[in-house]
Design a protein around this ligand. Structure first.
Ligand code: NAD
Length: 416
């Protein structure tokens, strides 16, 4: 399977084929700077262990590099490069004055204690802090990183630079200067777009079956929103399992959430519901089978390269919403588009996260605190206007939404 950065460059060249940007497009083919380090930390047992870490600064033509830090055993430089490129496109897609960057540490965070995780997070900042800053490069959470990790990182940066600098990192806890609404922003943004789309298509949520891959920050918050809006959740998955049901009511969000928190794995039926005789009939499948679930809307909220040429023909959904970054390979996308499946691309669908990260950065710089309602009120028009602009470009050139988003973004990014 092609690597993530190759896929990203295929997407770039597809946009270039239509819009013909000329030599200026070369600015986007490589990151401006690639930083890497071996982070050595003391384990609780007294031994020292080294972890490979990256920070890739793709483009800052429109503002500071911006993008999350991923902790994952399989994270690679290739993946981080692709993710940093998509951040450049994403920030421009929603018109926020920031660029694109991304970071990662090759680590299984579940194998570390909290104290070890803190030492590793602080070591990351020690290694890269000279290249970070509120006006230079502003990291954020991504897969397996959360507000606690962002707090440690912001604190370490402030210590090293000798003054409190909350605006250096977003996705912090509220007490450390985080923004209300950042925790749910990625799902909120995706949901605003999905709601607008189903209104355009005159689809009734109550008759619409949804499957969601991934039950972390993006996936679980999205599951909550679609459940509350009346959609029928027929499939959910995490890294260990997929659960599917043909029950007309679908999965109850609160049951699945409770079981995930209690047992670390998603399930549709707990002892209580079983005793009450209300256990929902469901099946457990291997996680990747979620892609093939019989549903109307498939929401991808796990990792990249999930819909590939191997399984694209088995996709039953008519709409795919990409909350994850790069979940559909370009070759799979070609197959899906031939079947008229609507794909809301990652650079738009999950841009709510970076938009509220930008709000957090603004609040830190201006010394303001916005309410959750204010954040949502500001986020919604950005998502909807960006979606409509991209739909218009797609219609104008008779192209798919991803290529349209890329064209719209690249016009703003490249310097002639
Ligand atoms: P997370 O760590 O909170 O959750 C990831 C989820 O994916 C977990 O439930 C995990 O079990 C699941 N998962 C991992 N491998 C899987 C597999 N093979 N099959 C099924 N599920 C699998 O991460 P997150 O923040 O929710 O990020 C998910 C995706 O959304 C990533 O691609 C990330 O880059 C993207 N994203 C997140 C944000 C954000 O604000 N959190 C913003 C933009 C994009």
């Amino acid at each position: 399977m092609a690597k993530a950065f190759t896929n990203a460059m295929t997407q770039l060249s597809q946009a270039d084929k239509i819009a013909k940007f000329g030599k200026a497009i070369d600015q986007l083919k490589q990151p401006k700077k690639i930083l890497s380090a071996q982070l050595k930390i003391k384990l609780d047992n007294g031994q020292t262990k080294a972890f490979k870490a990256f920070r890739v600064q793709h483009n800052d033509n429109r503002g500071p590099f911006k993008g999350g830090i991923r902790f994952h055993p399989q994270v690679s430089l290739d993946e981080v490069k692709a993710l940093s490129f998509w951040m450049t496109i994403k920030t421009a897609t929603v018109g926020i004055p920031m660029g694109g960057g991304k970071g990662g540490i090759i680590v299984d965070p579940k194998a570390l204690s909290q104290a070890e995780l803190e030492r590793l997070s602080r070591a990351y900042i020690k290694a890269f802090y000279k290249n970070l800053g509120p006006k230079i490069d502003v990291p954020a959470p991504d897969v397996n990183t959360n507000s606690q990790i962002m707090d440690w990182m912001a604190d370490e940066y402030s210590k090293l630079t000798g003054q409190p600098q909350p605006a250096v990192i977003t996705g912090k806890s509220i007490k450390a200067g985080g923004s209300l609404g950042r925790d749910t922003a990625t799902a909120d943004g995706g949901f605003f777009i999905l709601s607008d789309l189903i209104k355009q298509l005159k689809i009734n949520p109550k008759k619409t079956r949804v499957a969601i891959q991934g039950f972390g920050n993006a996936g679980a918050n999205m599951a909550k929103l679609v459940y509350k809006a009346g959609f029928i959740i027929v499939g959910l998955s995490d890294s260990k399992t997929a659960i599917v049901t043909t029950d007309k009511k679908g999965f109850r969000f609160s049951t699945v959430k409770k079981l995930k928190e209690k047992n670390g794995i998603i399930d549709g039926c707990d002892e209580m519901t079983e005793k009450n005789g209300t256990c929902l009939e469901h099946q457990h499948l291997s996680p990747e089978k979620i892609i093939e679930t019989d549903c109307d809307i498939l929401i991808l909220a796990a990792l990249e390269n999930q819909v590939t040429t191997q399984n694209a023909d088995q996709v039953k959904a008519k709409i795919i919403l990409e909350l994850a970054n790069g979940p559909t390979t370009p070759q799979a996308e070609t197959k899906l588009l031939k079947r008229s499946i609507i794909i809301i691309p990652d650079v738009l669908a999950n841009a709510g996260g970076v938009t509220v990260s930008y709000f957090e950065w603004l609040q830190n710089i201006k010394g303001q605190k916005w309410s959750r309602a204010q954040v949502r009120q500001k986020l919604q028009p950005i998502m909807i206007k960006s979606f409509h602009r991209i739909q218009k470009i797609a219609k104008q050139y008779q192209i798919d939404l991803r290529t349209a988003a890329f064209i719209s973004a690249i016009k703003l990014i490249i310097k002639k």
